[in-house]
Design a protein around this ligand. Structure first.
Ligand code: 6GU
Length: 223
């Protein structure tokens, strides 16, 4: 999968993609993430990418032309399956959306800043608008990092234990059950007996029961 990201602060995105799972995905050649600085596509002397909004009011708007230049120049290289705009008024990200996007080939993400991008970009280029929750971030970069992480870890071959994404919270609309590791007892706090029993059928039943209980208690809206 190839993901291109257009941003006015691409530096914000360098670190999250250089570690752990996403780093592994890149090293294995399963994921390519390219950061593009919007300023590089400005045709103005001052490399301006934002301007005052028509109609007045506080806050700058990201201009049409640099974004069109960036998008169209990338489109000469690749055909995108989705052009995604990260925005608080987009569709709230969930596991289903991440699953769907992980099956695509090429994605372009546009990070908004200031008051957002000129509406004409949304009308003429953007195919999907994503928010990561009902709160406001100062820009779309951290949201893009969240989205790329949620997609990248689902690519076949990225996770070491290939089955482990299948047991994530939300993957089957249930929260994940509790987990334990050594030692069996610490300060008198014991690991549930069933997990030490070696009876895989019983363990599976217990985990499902715990997942249901946890979901009922914490997220009844999922059931
Ligand atoms: Cl995608 N962008 C911004 N600026 N704030 C957000 C968001 C995105 N998702 C939730 N809050």
């Amino acid at each position: 999968m190839r993901i291109d990201i257009i941003s006015v602060m691409p530096e914000l995105l360098e670190s999250p993609f250089s570690h752990s799972i996403l780093k592994r995905a890149k090293t294995k050649g399963l994921l390519e993430v390219n950061l593009h600085h919007l300023r590089d596509y400005s045709t103005q002397k001052q490399k301006q990418v934002d301007d005052y909004q028509f109609g007045g009011g506080a806050g700058m708007v990201m201009m049409v032309e640099p974004l069109v230049n960036a998008i169209e120049s990338l489109q000469k290289e690749v055909t995108y399956d989705e052009i995604i705009y990260l925005t608080p008024d987009g569709k709230t990200l969930n596991q289903r959306i991440a699953n769907t996007l992980s099956l695509k080939g090429n994605l372009l993400m546009i990070c908004g800043h200031y008051k957002g991008i000129d509406e004409r970009i949304r009308e003429h280029y953007v195919t999907l608008e994503i928010s990561i929750g009902d709160y406001v971030l100062s820009g779309g970069e951290l949201a893009a990092a969240v989205l790329v992480d949620s997609i990248g870890r689902l690519l076949p071959g990225v996770l070491n234990d290939e089955t482990s994404a299948l047991f994530d919270s939300f993957q089957d609309d249930l929260l994940a059950p509790p987990v334990y590791t050594r030692p069996e007892e610490f300060r008198g706090w014991k690991v549930p007996e069933v997990l030490l029993s070696g009876d895989h059928r019983k363990i599976e039943d217990w985990r499902h029961e715990q997942a249901l209980k946890r979901t009922q208690e914490r997220r009844p809206d999922l059931l």
